[in-house]
Write a protein that binds this ligand. Structure first.
Ligand SMILES: Cc1cc2nc3c(=O)[nH]c(=O)nc-3n(C[C@H](O)[C@H](O)[C@H](O)COP(=O)(O)OP(=O)(O)OC[C@H]3O[C@@H](n4cnc5c(N)ncnc54)[C@H](O)[C@@H]3O)c2cc1C
Length: 390
Protein backbone atom coordinates (compact mmCIF):
# COMPACT_ATOMS: atom_id res chain seq x y z
CA UNK A 1 0.00 0.00 0.00
CA UNK A 2 1.20 3.53 -0.81
CA UNK A 3 2.37 5.76 2.06
CA UNK A 4 -0.26 8.39 1.22
CA UNK A 5 -3.68 8.66 -0.39
CA UNK A 6 -2.76 12.12 -1.65
CA UNK A 7 0.42 14.14 -2.05
CA UNK A 8 -0.24 17.83 -2.71
CA UNK A 9 2.61 19.75 -4.34
CA UNK A 10 2.42 23.41 -3.31
CA UNK A 11 0.95 24.91 -0.12
CA UNK A 12 -0.77 28.02 -1.55
CA UNK A 13 -4.49 28.64 -1.07
CA UNK A 14 -5.27 25.85 -3.53
CA UNK A 15 -2.86 23.33 -2.03
CA UNK A 16 -3.31 23.91 1.69
CA UNK A 17 -7.10 24.00 1.49
CA UNK A 18 -7.12 20.82 -0.62
CA UNK A 19 -4.79 19.09 1.84
CA UNK A 20 -6.98 20.01 4.82
CA UNK A 21 -10.22 18.97 3.10
CA UNK A 22 -8.65 15.67 2.01
CA UNK A 23 -7.55 14.96 5.58
CA UNK A 24 -11.03 15.79 6.83
CA UNK A 25 -12.39 13.25 4.34
CA UNK A 26 -10.15 10.60 5.86
CA UNK A 27 -7.22 10.59 3.43
CA UNK A 28 -3.59 10.23 4.51
CA UNK A 29 -2.09 13.43 3.13
CA UNK A 30 1.33 15.00 2.62
CA UNK A 31 1.93 18.53 1.31
CA UNK A 32 5.26 19.42 -0.28
CA UNK A 33 6.47 23.03 -0.22
CA UNK A 34 9.76 24.40 -1.54
CA UNK A 35 9.65 27.75 0.29
CA UNK A 36 10.45 28.12 4.01
CA UNK A 37 6.92 29.31 4.87
CA UNK A 38 3.61 27.67 3.99
CA UNK A 39 0.81 29.63 2.28
CA UNK A 40 2.12 30.16 -1.25
CA UNK A 41 2.06 33.37 -3.25
CA UNK A 42 -1.14 34.60 -1.64
CA UNK A 43 -0.03 34.55 1.98
CA UNK A 44 3.66 35.35 1.49
CA UNK A 45 4.00 37.67 -1.52
CA UNK A 46 0.51 38.30 -2.85
CA UNK A 47 -2.94 38.96 -1.43
CA UNK A 48 -2.04 39.29 2.23
CA UNK A 49 1.04 41.55 2.22
CA UNK A 50 -0.50 43.74 -0.49
CA UNK A 51 -3.67 44.19 1.57
CA UNK A 52 -1.63 44.90 4.71
CA UNK A 53 0.24 47.68 2.88
CA UNK A 54 -2.94 49.01 1.28
CA UNK A 55 -4.45 49.28 4.75
CA UNK A 56 -1.43 50.99 6.31
CA UNK A 57 -0.87 53.36 3.39
CA UNK A 58 -4.53 54.35 3.35
CA UNK A 59 -4.28 55.40 7.02
CA UNK A 60 -1.26 57.52 6.18
CA UNK A 61 -3.00 59.05 3.16
CA UNK A 62 -6.13 59.88 5.13
CA UNK A 63 -4.23 61.59 7.91
CA UNK A 64 -2.18 63.64 5.48
CA UNK A 65 -4.75 64.38 2.79
CA UNK A 66 -8.33 63.98 3.89
CA UNK A 67 -8.70 64.65 7.62
CA UNK A 68 -8.28 68.43 7.30
CA UNK A 69 -11.46 68.63 5.20
CA UNK A 70 -13.28 66.99 8.10
CA UNK A 71 -11.99 69.63 10.47
CA UNK A 72 -9.41 67.37 12.02
CA UNK A 73 -6.07 69.11 12.26
CA UNK A 74 -3.04 66.87 12.49
CA UNK A 75 0.56 68.00 12.48
CA UNK A 76 3.93 66.33 12.64
CA UNK A 77 2.89 63.30 10.58
CA UNK A 78 5.86 61.17 9.54
CA UNK A 79 6.19 57.94 7.65
CA UNK A 80 8.01 55.12 9.43
CA UNK A 81 8.39 52.67 6.55
CA UNK A 82 10.35 50.02 8.48
CA UNK A 83 7.53 49.82 11.05
CA UNK A 84 4.92 49.61 8.28
CA UNK A 85 6.88 46.78 6.65
CA UNK A 86 7.38 45.03 10.00
CA UNK A 87 3.62 45.09 10.60
CA UNK A 88 3.04 43.59 7.15
CA UNK A 89 5.60 40.86 7.89
CA UNK A 90 3.87 40.14 11.22
CA UNK A 91 0.49 39.78 9.49
CA UNK A 92 2.05 37.38 6.97
CA UNK A 93 3.84 35.38 9.68
CA UNK A 94 0.67 35.01 11.72
CA UNK A 95 -1.22 33.54 8.78
CA UNK A 96 1.53 31.25 7.49
CA UNK A 97 2.07 29.88 10.99
CA UNK A 98 -1.68 29.41 11.16
CA UNK A 99 -1.50 27.12 8.12
CA UNK A 100 1.28 25.12 9.79
CA UNK A 101 -0.98 24.78 12.85
CA UNK A 102 -3.89 23.58 10.72
CA UNK A 103 -1.65 20.98 9.06
CA UNK A 104 -0.63 19.67 12.47
CA UNK A 105 -4.21 19.58 13.73
CA UNK A 106 -5.34 17.66 10.65
CA UNK A 107 -2.33 15.28 10.75
CA UNK A 108 -1.04 16.39 7.35
CA UNK A 109 2.64 15.66 6.85
CA UNK A 110 4.41 18.84 5.81
CA UNK A 111 7.37 17.94 3.59
CA UNK A 112 9.93 20.67 2.87
CA UNK A 113 11.69 20.77 -0.49
CA UNK A 114 10.99 20.83 -4.20
CA UNK A 115 8.61 18.10 -5.28
CA UNK A 116 9.28 16.32 -8.56
CA UNK A 117 6.83 13.85 -10.03
CA UNK A 118 9.10 10.88 -10.76
CA UNK A 119 6.16 8.83 -12.06
CA UNK A 120 2.43 8.66 -11.42
CA UNK A 121 2.19 7.70 -7.73
CA UNK A 122 5.75 8.80 -6.90
CA UNK A 123 6.94 12.23 -5.76
CA UNK A 124 10.64 12.75 -5.18
CA UNK A 125 11.67 15.37 -2.59
CA UNK A 126 15.43 15.47 -2.11
CA UNK A 127 16.51 11.94 -1.15
CA UNK A 128 13.02 10.86 -0.22
CA UNK A 129 10.35 9.35 -2.47
CA UNK A 130 6.73 9.63 -1.40
CA UNK A 131 4.55 6.76 -2.64
CA UNK A 132 0.99 7.93 -3.11
CA UNK A 133 -2.30 6.90 -4.67
CA UNK A 134 -2.83 10.39 -6.14
CA UNK A 135 -0.87 13.56 -6.79
CA UNK A 136 -2.33 17.08 -6.82
CA UNK A 137 -0.35 19.79 -8.63
CA UNK A 138 -0.94 23.11 -6.84
CA UNK A 139 2.28 24.84 -7.80
CA UNK A 140 0.69 28.19 -8.66
CA UNK A 141 2.22 30.89 -10.80
CA UNK A 142 5.05 33.39 -11.15
CA UNK A 143 5.25 36.97 -12.51
CA UNK A 144 5.35 37.13 -16.30
CA UNK A 145 8.48 38.91 -17.52
CA UNK A 146 8.30 41.67 -20.10
CA UNK A 147 10.61 41.56 -23.08
CA UNK A 148 13.14 44.38 -22.92
CA UNK A 149 12.64 44.92 -19.18
CA UNK A 150 14.34 41.94 -17.54
CA UNK A 151 13.78 41.68 -13.78
CA UNK A 152 16.87 42.64 -11.76
CA UNK A 153 15.21 42.51 -8.34
CA UNK A 154 16.28 46.04 -7.48
CA UNK A 155 15.29 48.62 -10.08
CA UNK A 156 13.14 46.51 -12.43
CA UNK A 157 11.03 44.50 -10.08
CA UNK A 158 8.04 42.19 -9.83
CA UNK A 159 5.28 42.45 -7.23
CA UNK A 160 7.39 40.37 -4.85
CA UNK A 161 10.06 43.06 -4.50
CA UNK A 162 7.52 45.90 -4.80
CA UNK A 163 5.99 44.64 -1.55
CA UNK A 164 9.26 45.22 0.26
CA UNK A 165 11.02 48.27 -1.22
CA UNK A 166 13.54 49.60 1.29
CA UNK A 167 12.52 53.24 0.69
CA UNK A 168 9.78 55.19 -1.07
CA UNK A 169 10.92 55.70 -4.68
CA UNK A 170 10.68 59.25 -5.95
CA UNK A 171 9.32 58.04 -9.29
CA UNK A 172 7.70 54.66 -9.77
CA UNK A 173 6.77 53.46 -13.24
CA UNK A 174 4.25 50.63 -13.27
CA UNK A 175 3.68 48.59 -16.44
CA UNK A 176 0.25 46.98 -16.42
CA UNK A 177 -2.96 48.54 -15.10
CA UNK A 178 -4.47 45.34 -13.70
CA UNK A 179 -5.22 44.65 -10.05
CA UNK A 180 -1.60 44.13 -8.96
CA UNK A 181 -0.24 47.22 -10.76
CA UNK A 182 -3.01 49.48 -9.49
CA UNK A 183 -2.89 48.20 -5.92
CA UNK A 184 0.87 48.50 -5.55
CA UNK A 185 0.85 51.77 -7.52
CA UNK A 186 -1.69 53.08 -4.99
CA UNK A 187 0.40 51.95 -2.02
CA UNK A 188 3.53 53.79 -3.17
CA UNK A 189 1.62 56.81 -4.44
CA UNK A 190 -0.02 57.23 -1.02
CA UNK A 191 3.39 56.98 0.60
CA UNK A 192 4.74 59.80 -1.56
CA UNK A 193 6.01 58.33 -4.84
CA UNK A 194 5.18 59.98 -8.14
CA UNK A 195 3.50 57.06 -9.89
CA UNK A 196 2.94 56.60 -13.63
CA UNK A 197 1.04 53.55 -14.86
CA UNK A 198 1.61 52.43 -18.44
CA UNK A 199 -1.13 50.30 -20.00
CA UNK A 200 -1.09 48.62 -23.40
CA UNK A 201 -4.89 48.70 -23.79
CA UNK A 202 -6.98 51.87 -24.12
CA UNK A 203 -8.39 51.73 -20.59
CA UNK A 204 -7.25 50.46 -17.19
CA UNK A 205 -8.42 47.10 -15.75
CA UNK A 206 -9.17 45.98 -19.32
CA UNK A 207 -10.76 42.67 -18.30
CA UNK A 208 -13.41 44.48 -16.26
CA UNK A 209 -16.34 46.70 -17.20
CA UNK A 210 -15.00 49.51 -19.34
CA UNK A 211 -17.14 52.29 -17.88
CA UNK A 212 -16.12 51.32 -14.37
CA UNK A 213 -12.49 51.25 -15.48
CA UNK A 214 -12.83 54.84 -16.65
CA UNK A 215 -14.40 55.86 -13.34
CA UNK A 216 -11.63 54.18 -11.37
CA UNK A 217 -8.94 55.81 -13.51
CA UNK A 218 -10.42 59.25 -12.88
CA UNK A 219 -10.52 58.59 -9.14
CA UNK A 220 -6.89 57.46 -9.13
CA UNK A 221 -5.85 60.45 -11.25
CA UNK A 222 -7.41 62.69 -8.61
CA UNK A 223 -5.18 60.93 -6.07
CA UNK A 224 -2.13 61.85 -8.12
CA UNK A 225 -1.45 58.74 -10.23
CA UNK A 226 -0.72 59.41 -13.95
CA UNK A 227 -1.71 57.02 -16.72
CA UNK A 228 -0.27 56.42 -20.17
CA UNK A 229 -2.82 54.34 -22.09
CA UNK A 230 -2.29 52.51 -25.40
CA UNK A 231 1.38 52.59 -24.54
CA UNK A 232 3.95 49.82 -24.07
CA UNK A 233 7.24 49.84 -22.22
CA UNK A 234 9.59 48.29 -24.74
CA UNK A 235 13.07 48.76 -23.33
CA UNK A 236 14.83 49.77 -20.13
CA UNK A 237 18.38 50.57 -19.26
CA UNK A 238 20.02 51.30 -15.95
CA UNK A 239 21.18 54.86 -15.32
CA UNK A 240 23.40 55.89 -12.38
CA UNK A 241 20.30 56.72 -10.30
CA UNK A 242 17.59 54.52 -11.70
CA UNK A 243 16.16 53.27 -14.97
CA UNK A 244 15.42 54.94 -18.30
CA UNK A 245 12.40 53.30 -19.92
CA UNK A 246 11.40 53.56 -23.58
CA UNK A 247 7.66 53.93 -24.04
CA UNK A 248 5.93 53.38 -27.38
CA UNK A 249 2.34 54.21 -28.17
CA UNK A 250 -0.02 56.43 -30.12
CA UNK A 251 2.63 56.77 -32.82
CA UNK A 252 5.18 58.17 -30.39
CA UNK A 253 8.36 56.91 -28.80
CA UNK A 254 9.38 58.63 -25.57
CA UNK A 255 11.72 58.01 -22.68
CA UNK A 256 10.80 58.16 -19.03
CA UNK A 257 13.14 58.10 -16.03
CA UNK A 258 12.14 56.21 -12.92
CA UNK A 259 13.79 55.09 -9.71
CA UNK A 260 11.96 51.78 -9.81
CA UNK A 261 9.95 50.02 -12.53
CA UNK A 262 7.29 47.53 -11.45
CA UNK A 263 6.47 45.01 -14.18
CA UNK A 264 2.94 43.82 -13.44
CA UNK A 265 1.65 42.54 -16.77
CA UNK A 266 0.33 39.27 -15.40
CA UNK A 267 1.38 35.88 -14.09
CA UNK A 268 2.08 32.53 -15.74
CA UNK A 269 1.86 28.97 -14.42
CA UNK A 270 4.87 27.79 -12.43
CA UNK A 271 5.91 24.23 -13.24
CA UNK A 272 9.72 24.47 -13.07
CA UNK A 273 11.42 21.38 -11.67
CA UNK A 274 8.08 19.57 -11.29
CA UNK A 275 8.71 16.99 -14.01
CA UNK A 276 5.09 17.25 -15.16
CA UNK A 277 5.85 17.42 -18.88
CA UNK A 278 8.34 14.55 -18.56
CA UNK A 279 5.63 12.14 -17.38
CA UNK A 280 3.25 13.33 -20.11
CA UNK A 281 1.05 15.88 -18.31
CA UNK A 282 -0.56 17.87 -21.15
CA UNK A 283 -0.29 21.66 -21.23
CA UNK A 284 -2.33 24.13 -23.25
CA UNK A 285 -0.95 26.82 -25.56
CA UNK A 286 -0.37 29.12 -22.57
CA UNK A 287 1.57 26.57 -20.56
CA UNK A 288 -1.33 25.81 -18.20
CA UNK A 289 -1.99 22.26 -17.06
CA UNK A 290 -4.94 20.75 -18.93
CA UNK A 291 -7.53 19.13 -16.67
CA UNK A 292 -10.92 17.51 -17.17
CA UNK A 293 -14.06 18.26 -15.16
CA UNK A 294 -12.65 16.18 -12.26
CA UNK A 295 -9.39 18.22 -12.27
CA UNK A 296 -7.50 15.17 -13.53
CA UNK A 297 -4.69 15.86 -15.95
CA UNK A 298 -3.95 13.79 -19.05
CA UNK A 299 -2.05 11.41 -16.72
CA UNK A 300 -4.43 9.28 -14.61
CA UNK A 301 -3.94 9.80 -10.88
CA UNK A 302 -2.34 13.23 -11.36
CA UNK A 303 -4.65 16.19 -10.70
CA UNK A 304 -4.15 19.98 -10.85
CA UNK A 305 -5.85 23.14 -9.54
CA UNK A 306 -5.37 26.87 -8.97
CA UNK A 307 -3.14 29.25 -10.90
CA UNK A 308 -1.46 26.28 -12.63
CA UNK A 309 -4.65 25.51 -14.60
CA UNK A 310 -6.88 27.71 -16.81
CA UNK A 311 -9.13 30.31 -15.21
CA UNK A 312 -8.78 33.57 -13.33
CA UNK A 313 -5.70 33.63 -11.10
CA UNK A 314 -7.44 34.25 -7.80
CA UNK A 315 -6.96 32.74 -4.37
CA UNK A 316 -10.62 31.88 -3.75
CA UNK A 317 -10.85 30.20 -7.17
CA UNK A 318 -7.82 28.05 -6.26
CA UNK A 319 -9.39 27.18 -2.88
CA UNK A 320 -12.73 26.20 -4.39
CA UNK A 321 -10.97 24.02 -6.94
CA UNK A 322 -8.87 22.42 -4.20
CA UNK A 323 -11.99 21.46 -2.25
CA UNK A 324 -13.88 20.28 -5.34
CA UNK A 325 -10.93 18.21 -6.62
CA UNK A 326 -10.46 16.23 -3.39
CA UNK A 327 -14.20 15.84 -2.83
CA UNK A 328 -14.50 14.33 -6.30
CA UNK A 329 -11.56 12.01 -5.49
CA UNK A 330 -13.44 10.91 -2.37
CA UNK A 331 -16.68 10.33 -4.26
CA UNK A 332 -18.39 13.43 -2.86
CA UNK A 333 -20.10 15.82 -5.29
CA UNK A 334 -17.49 18.61 -5.51
CA UNK A 335 -18.38 21.56 -7.71
CA UNK A 336 -17.11 25.04 -8.61
CA UNK A 337 -19.54 27.60 -10.03
CA UNK A 338 -17.34 29.48 -12.50
CA UNK A 339 -20.15 31.95 -13.14
CA UNK A 340 -19.79 33.24 -9.59
CA UNK A 341 -16.11 34.05 -9.12
CA UNK A 342 -15.74 37.62 -7.86
CA UNK A 343 -12.67 39.65 -8.66
CA UNK A 344 -11.73 42.82 -6.79
CA UNK A 345 -9.19 45.60 -7.28
CA UNK A 346 -8.49 46.83 -3.75
CA UNK A 347 -7.81 50.46 -4.59
CA UNK A 348 -9.76 53.35 -3.04
CA UNK A 349 -12.46 53.13 -4.25
CA UNK A 350 -12.41 49.38 -4.75
CA UNK A 351 -13.69 47.93 -8.01
CA UNK A 352 -15.48 44.59 -7.98
CA UNK A 353 -16.49 42.46 -10.89
CA UNK A 354 -17.49 38.91 -11.72
CA UNK A 355 -15.17 36.82 -13.82
CA UNK A 356 -16.92 34.56 -16.30
CA UNK A 357 -16.67 31.17 -17.91
CA UNK A 358 -14.99 32.68 -20.94
CA UNK A 359 -11.71 32.20 -19.09
CA UNK A 360 -12.29 28.48 -19.23
CA UNK A 361 -12.38 27.80 -22.93
CA UNK A 362 -9.74 25.10 -22.82
CA UNK A 363 -11.83 23.14 -20.32
CA UNK A 364 -14.49 22.93 -23.02
CA UNK A 365 -17.27 24.34 -20.93
CA UNK A 366 -20.24 25.29 -23.14
CA UNK A 367 -20.52 28.95 -24.21
CA UNK A 368 -21.97 31.17 -21.51
CA UNK A 369 -23.96 34.40 -21.66
CA UNK A 370 -20.61 36.13 -21.31
CA UNK A 371 -19.46 34.74 -24.65
CA UNK A 372 -19.52 38.24 -26.08
CA UNK A 373 -16.48 38.94 -23.96
CA UNK A 374 -14.59 36.15 -25.67
CA UNK A 375 -13.41 38.52 -28.33
CA UNK A 376 -11.94 40.88 -25.76
CA UNK A 377 -10.26 38.04 -23.87
CA UNK A 378 -8.81 36.66 -27.08
CA UNK A 379 -7.66 40.01 -28.39
CA UNK A 380 -6.07 40.81 -25.05
CA UNK A 381 -4.22 37.56 -25.11
CA UNK A 382 -2.99 37.91 -28.70
CA UNK A 383 -1.80 41.46 -28.09
CA UNK A 384 -0.16 40.53 -24.81
CA UNK A 385 1.59 37.60 -26.45
CA UNK A 386 3.11 39.99 -28.97
CA UNK A 387 4.99 41.94 -26.30
CA UNK A 388 5.67 39.37 -23.60
CA UNK A 389 8.92 37.45 -23.53
CA UNK A 390 8.79 33.67 -23.29
C1 LIG B 1 0.63 41.09 -5.38
C2 LIG B 1 -0.49 40.08 -5.52
C3 LIG B 1 -1.71 40.35 -4.94
C4 LIG B 1 -2.75 39.44 -5.06
N1 LIG B 1 -3.95 39.74 -4.48
C5 LIG B 1 -4.97 38.87 -4.58
C6 LIG B 1 -6.22 39.15 -3.96
O1 LIG B 1 -6.39 40.19 -3.33
N2 LIG B 1 -7.22 38.25 -4.08
C7 LIG B 1 -7.05 37.08 -4.77
O2 LIG B 1 -7.99 36.28 -4.86
N3 LIG B 1 -5.87 36.77 -5.37
C8 LIG B 1 -4.84 37.64 -5.29
N4 LIG B 1 -3.63 37.33 -5.87
C9 LIG B 1 -3.52 36.06 -6.63
C10 LIG B 1 -3.30 34.87 -5.67
O3 LIG B 1 -2.15 35.09 -4.91
C11 LIG B 1 -3.16 33.56 -6.47
O4 LIG B 1 -4.26 33.41 -7.33
C12 LIG B 1 -3.10 32.36 -5.53
O5 LIG B 1 -2.00 32.47 -4.66
C13 LIG B 1 -3.00 31.06 -6.32
O6 LIG B 1 -2.98 30.00 -5.43
P1 LIG B 1 -2.28 28.61 -5.80
O7 LIG B 1 -2.50 27.73 -4.61
O8 LIG B 1 -2.75 28.14 -7.11
O9 LIG B 1 -0.73 28.93 -5.98
P2 LIG B 1 0.35 29.73 -5.12
O10 LIG B 1 -0.26 30.56 -4.08
O11 LIG B 1 1.24 30.38 -6.11
O12 LIG B 1 1.14 28.59 -4.36
C14 LIG B 1 1.94 27.66 -5.02
C15 LIG B 1 2.96 27.11 -4.06
O13 LIG B 1 3.60 26.01 -4.66
C16 LIG B 1 4.98 26.03 -4.31
N5 LIG B 1 5.68 25.21 -5.31
C17 LIG B 1 5.79 25.44 -6.64
N6 LIG B 1 6.45 24.43 -7.23
C18 LIG B 1 6.77 23.55 -6.25
C19 LIG B 1 7.45 22.31 -6.24
N7 LIG B 1 7.87 21.73 -7.38
N8 LIG B 1 7.64 21.70 -5.05
C20 LIG B 1 7.18 22.26 -3.89
N9 LIG B 1 6.52 23.44 -3.85
C21 LIG B 1 6.30 24.06 -5.02
C22 LIG B 1 5.32 27.50 -4.34
O14 LIG B 1 6.50 27.77 -3.60
C23 LIG B 1 4.07 28.11 -3.71
O15 LIG B 1 4.21 28.19 -2.30
C24 LIG B 1 -2.56 38.23 -5.77
C25 LIG B 1 -1.32 37.94 -6.34
C26 LIG B 1 -0.29 38.86 -6.21
C27 LIG B 1 1.03 38.53 -6.84
Amino acid sequence: MADFDLVVIGSGPGGYVAAIRAAQLGMRVACVEKEPALGGTCLNVGCIPSKALLDSSEHYWQVRRTLAAHGVKVSGVDLDLPTMMARKDRVVRGLTQGVAGLFKKNKIESVRGTGRIAAPGRVAVGDRTLETARILIATGSEPTPLRGLAFDGERIVSSTEALALPRVPERLLVTGAGAVGLELGSVWSRLGAQVTVVEFMDEIVPTMDRGMGTQLRRALERQGISFRLETSATHAERTPNGVRVTLEGKGQRTEEDADVVLVAIGRRPYLAGLGAAEIGVGLDERGRVKVNERYETTVPGVFAIGDAIPGPMLAHKAQEEGIAAVELMAGVAGHVNYDAVPSVVYTAPELASQTGRYYDRSREIPPSPLAADDNLARELWIRTEAIVGS
